[in-house]
Design a protein around this ligand. Sequence first.
Ligand SMILES: NC(=O)c1ccc[n+]([C@@H]2O[C@H](COP(=O)([O-])OP(=O)(O)OC[C@H]3O[C@@H](n4cnc5c(N)ncnc54)[C@H](OP(=O)(O)O)[C@@H]3O)[C@@H](O)[C@H]2O)c1
Length: 307
Amino acid sequence: MENKSILVVGGTGYLGGKVINHLLKQNVKVSALVRATSNTKELESKGVTIVVGDISKSETLAPALKNIDAVISTAIGYSNRKKGDNLKSVDDAGNRNLVDAIKEAKIKRFVFTSVLNVHQAETVPHFWQKKLIEDYMEEKGIPFISLRPGAFLDQSPNQDFYAGGLKKGSLRVMGSTSIKWTNILSEDLAKYLAIAAMDERIPNGRIDIGMNEPMNPQMLASFASEYSGKQIKVSALPWSIIGSVFSFAGVFKSEMYDLKKMFDYMFTGKYVADTSLQQKYFGEVPTVKDSVYRYCEQIGLPKNNKT
Ligand SMILES: NC(=O)c1ccc[n+]([C@@H]2O[C@H](COP(=O)([O-])OP(=O)(O)OC[C@H]3O[C@@H](n4cnc5c(N)ncnc54)[C@H](OP(=O)(O)O)[C@@H]3O)[C@@H](O)[C@H]2O)c1
């Protein structure tokens, strides 16, 4: 682990920022590949070396990879964060450029942020794209670890599904209150991504990431009620209606079509992790109760002092 140089791609994002915070606590040199249009003030103030680059522009990658031991990528484009970002330009072409550059530079480890069970999700464009990139890494023979997390329990504050409802005492979710799937706190995933880049004992391969068991909205509301000491009601908006709205919006916005397909897949009940490798390489798997309690604290839900 001595003084490795680690490059993070996606460091200005929600997950990537947390990965950088974990790396900065270790004895490693941290740099971030950042687009020229991005705000780098926060990263610079933390002492991160900024390298301007863009995975959609292959010619920018070789200079960023000089003297780098490991690369972690959390970057994503299908969600259309910036004008021109999309599945083709970033998640497909951009990731392939990055893999090619990593091969060329003989980087010893690439840690890729994938998604749980992508091999089963051909109908979900951004999930399937992750699977195609995993296949591409294998085909190119680069040394990679692909972490495959379930859904984040905490999304970035402007996209959080649950915080508003939990604080109001009435949680309304899409589709079903009883179907379970695997969740994870982004903070835990960020820690595992950082460890995977630093710890050479972890072998290359794909690792499912999640809490110790799948969770449904009833369990979330129940643990949040226990945490706050206030009963939180939970109800579901029918997926037949909400899904049709997503489908209609998807005609104009590809990311809405993608989300519709993602929820259709998650409602099959197949979005469930096998956390045995996670336990083996990263230690005790976080429990649902502990994760929900930490999430409640993170969103500022008042705590019942008796819990
Ligand atoms: N949310 C979930 O429930 C969930 C579940 C499983 C897996 N994941 C995965 O976790 C990751 C989530 O990331 P996040 O929430 O941190 O996303 P985010 O906040 O949208 O950040 C995306 C990052 O990618 C960077 N980026 C986009 N296009 C780029 C390009 N062409 N070149 C270089 N950098 C580029 C962005 O940089 P700029 O500042 O320049 O825009 C930003 O730093 C994704 O890989 C996602 O698939 C998420």
